[in-house]
Design a protein around this ligand. Structure first.
Ligand SMILES: CC(C)(COP(=O)(O)OP(=O)(O)OC[C@H]1O[C@@H](n2cnc3c(N)ncnc32)[C@H](O)[C@@H]1OP(=O)(O)O)[C@@H](O)C(=O)NCCC(=O)NCCS
Length: 181
């Protein structure tokens, strides 16, 4: 969470932490970590099948728990901001449907500690993650990246991802990229 906060300039998020903890339990081999002198300096989160993970989150009661946390104020979000995020996600999901991949594997998130960037860590994380996906029999994997995130796009292109189209949400455009593990 600290690497996420520093790399994205984002605030700590209990909601994200709950979702990641669930993902780490549900699919541990999708989590790839980079360490330097025992310190975590980067991570990547791969999901083999988004729909399977969603079904598991619903069936295990995890979604209900998140809802309860939201209602009891653990996530500290303003309702107006959340409604905007939901509207944003709906728009994004709808416009992203046209770029279908074989299966629904996804690279959900990747970040490297700012002081360790430019050392090839992201490249190694992606290569390791793609190899875990290959071992799990995933034929194709997708990600979305903002067009202005040049450093991320550079890393993706260097590790075999190709652009297949563009989609939008309320904040602007996303590039959709796919790779074959
Ligand atoms: C994107 C990010 C993960 C890259 O991590 P990184 O460890 O610095 O990347 P690497 O060192 O593995 O770089 C791999 C390649 O991209 C190039 N690259 C990295 N950062 C670059 C930059 N700012 N500008 C141009 N090229 C860059 C490297 O030169 C390298 O190319 P090479 O192998 O030909 O030399 C990191 O910048 C980050 O955490 N950003 C904030 C979070 C984020 O945006 N995540 C992606 C969300 S989609």
């Amino acid at each position: 969470m600290q690497v996420f906060q520093r790399a994205f300039g984002a605030e700590h998020s209990n909601a994200l932490l709950d979702v990641w903890n669930f993902l780490a339990r549900a699919q541990p081999h999708g989590f790839v970590a980079a360490r330097q002198d025992g310190r975590l300096v980067g991570y990547a989160i791969f999901v083999e099948s988004l729909s399977r993970i969603q079904t598991r989150a619903i069936r295990s009661g995890e979604v209900l728990k998140w809802l309860l946390h939201a209602l009891t104020g653990r996530y500290k979000f303003k309702i107006s901001a959340k409604l905007r995020t939901l509207r944003n996600k709906a728009k994004f999901l709808f416009s992203g449907q046209k770029f279908r991949t074989k299966g629904d594997a996804q690279l959900l998130n990747i970040a490297v500690e700012p002081s360790s960037q430019g050392e090839g860590i992201a490249k190694k994380l992606i290569i390791a993650g793609l190899s875990a996906m290959r071992a799990a029999g995933v034929p194709e994997i997708r990600l979305e990246v903002r067009p202005w995130n040049r450093s991320a796009i550079q890393v993706y292109e260097a590790t075999g991802w190709r652009e297949v189209g563009r989609t939008r949400d309320l904040e602007g455009e996303w590039i959709v990229m796919v790779a074959n593990p």
